[in-house]
Ligand binder design. Structure first.
Ligand code: ACO
Length: 329
């Protein structure tokens, strides 16, 4: 069984920081950021919360799908930067847009979150437990950015995107995977709670993790780079094989937007022309799980998607997670 992306929506904050703005706060330059990452600007929250951005994107997607809020029977939130530890962002979005009764839950697969959500949505649609799934991907990645660390702060932005997903007849396949031995390559620690009874100290079983400050993203950029340039092509190949199609039959790839060089290397390894790859990293930076659905929404708005197009979405992220999904538009 395939799936139909019935509606798409997005929201980004008005505040935009360009590379020159970063050169004023850390030792960096537009030239370094542009050539090493492809990023020019990123949108940054001006107080909007992740669930509020998600709700805006969700309203747009529901309107675009031509359905009513009551039709949604599952809300899948994807985020690593939710506003609350509990309840889930999905519950907060559902409350905000007026949903009375639906399965609401978040999944945390970092930047691969949207691909993981598609995989889960398709399975719920196929088994018949749900008929209309609203995937809401909303991230305030700047929430965990250390603005004194030039190697990470320039990379990330904030924003949200949503898609309404229903059953479809077309081709579908998805492959989701994790390499948890790389879980220490990207992490953001929460503080260990103090309490009146505690006498011990937390041991993360890893010196680097023990020493890392809480609240800020820590990343071994080079290792993540190597992982991503291998994992993304592997995932696309596996999804194409599962779908029973060749790579040449894929009309469009929407990859996670972490670094233009990662995207270009992955496309080269797949021997696919760069014209088949959608890139918007120059405008938004890395918005974690929101990158891919935001790309889908933009492409739809621009009228660039044709019925029957075979679209491949592919992502990787902290965990380390990765995966790809192929579906027909
Ligand atoms: N401006 C100027 N110089 C910088 C900057 C900067 N913003 N950042 C790092 N540098 C310096 C470094 O300090 C280093 O200097 P040194 O040689 O004097 O030590 C030099 O540039 C080279 O640093 P590298 O880390 O080797 O640079 P690289 O070319 O690998 O680019 C980058 C770094 C952009 C982080 C790259 O490794 C990358 O994109 N990795 C993947 C990141 C990623 O995909 N993360 C996704 C995770 S997000 C998630 O899951 C939520």
């Amino acid at each position: 069984m395939g799936l139909t992306i019935k509606g798409t929506g997005m929201y980004v904050p008005d505040v935009i920081a360009d590379n020159d703005d970063f050169a004023k706060i850390v030792d960096t330059s537009d030239e370094w950021i542009t050539t090493r990452t492809g990023i020019k600007t990123r949108h940054i929250t001006n107080g909007e919360l992740a669930f509020q951005m998600g709700a805006e994107a969700a309203r747009m997607a529901i309107k675009d799908a031509g359905i009513e809020v009551e039709d949604v029977d599952m809300v899948l939130g994807t985020t690593v930067t939710a506003d609350c530890l509990t309840p889930s962002m999905a519950c907060l979005v559902a409350k905000e847009i007026g949903i009375e009764d639906a399965v609401c839950m978040d999944l945390n697969a970092a930047c691969a979150g949207y691909v993981f959500a598609l995989d889960i949505a398709q399975k719920y649609l196929e088994c018949g437990d749900c008929k209309t799934v609203l995937i809401v991907s909303s991230e305030i990645v700047t929430r965990m950015v250390d603005y004194t660390d030039r190697s990470t702060c320039v990379l990330f932005g904030d924003g949200a995107a949503a898609t309404v997903v229903t059953k479809g007849d077309g081709l579908y396949s998805s492959v989701i995977k994790s390499s948890p031995q790389g879980a220490d390559k990207i992490f953001t620690k929460l503080p260990v709670p103090e309490n009146p009874f505690k006498t011990g100290t937390a041991d993360w079983g890893d010196e680097r993790m023990n020493d890392a400050p809480t609240g800020f993203m820590q990343m071994q950029g080079n290792d993540v780079y190597k992982f991503a340039t291998t994992a993304m092509p592997q995932a696309v190949e596996a999804a194409a094989e599962k779908a029973g199609i060749s790579l040449e039959e894929i009309d469009l790839i929407i990859p996670h937007q972490a670094n233009i060089r990662i995207v270009q290397t992955a496309m080269k390894r797949l021997k696919m022309p760069k014209e088949k790859c959608y890139v918007n990293i120059q405008d938004y930076g890395n918005i974690s799980s929101a990158c891919i659905p935001l790309g889908l929404c933009q492409l739809k708005e621009q009228g660039q998607l044709k019925k029957g197009d075979k679209i491949c979405v592919v992502g990787f992220g902290a965990g380390l997670t990765y995966g790809a999904a192929i579906f027909e538009w």
